[in-house]
Ligand binder design. Sequence first.
Ligand code: HEC
Ligand code: HEC
Ligand code: HEC
Length: 110
Amino acid sequence: MNKSLHRLAIGLLPGVAVLLSLAATAEPGDITFVRQAAGMDDVPPAVFPHSVHRMAYKCQACHDTPFKMKAGENLVTMDEIQEGQWCGACHDGKTAFISNLSTCARCHKE
Ligand code: HEC
Ligand code: HEC
Ligand code: HEC
């Protein structure tokens, strides 16, 4: 291997490691979020279904940016979703259904 190829290969190693670790991680099922914001306890916590999303996306569409691969470690709030972060990056009414009064219960399930 010449020098620049060698450097390239080393540069690729972290990416390969991430891909291998993603490939080795089994896809979990539905995940109930741990609530971060205080108040409004009458709204049940959001549930994220992996299966439906995996029909359209690879793990890398969400992990580790923006979502860390650990339940409870993402400090997600409804305000940020409404500003287009987290779920709101796709749930914007174009890529996927938007948050409004008729869709709350699709994510917030008892
Ligand atoms: C695309 C999914 C999605 C939709 C639709 C949605 N939410 Fe959320 N919401 C979340 C997630 C994820 C969180 C963070 C986890 C949690 O606290 O349940 C959250 C958090 C919240 C919280 C906790 C307090 C806060 O400010 O973060 C409340 C209250 C809330 N949502 C109310 C609503 C209401 C009311 C609607 C409908 C107008 C709605 N949500 C629609 C995903 C959604
Ligand atoms: C559309 C976005 C999205 C895709 C695609 C996705 N995930 Fe996730 N994943 C999430 C969210 C959201 C959570 C929950 C984060 C939380 O609770 O804070 C999560 C959580 C996880 C967790 C943590 C489970 C736990 O109990 O701690 C693992 C492991 C995980 N995902 C693996 C994967 C793998 C492997 C793939 C691909 C096969 C994948 N995910 C695809 C969004 C996604
Ligand atoms: C990378 C884009 C993307 C992200 C990020 C994303 N979603 Fe979705 N989601 C989709 C698409 C696309 C669909 C299918 C189309 C639709 O139902 O509008 C979907 C469907 C859903 C459904 C409907 C499942 C069903 O049974 O029909 C729920 C519930 C949902 N998402 C919750 C969430 C929550 C909660 C988050 C954040 C924690 C989230 N999604 C983040 C793209 C995304």
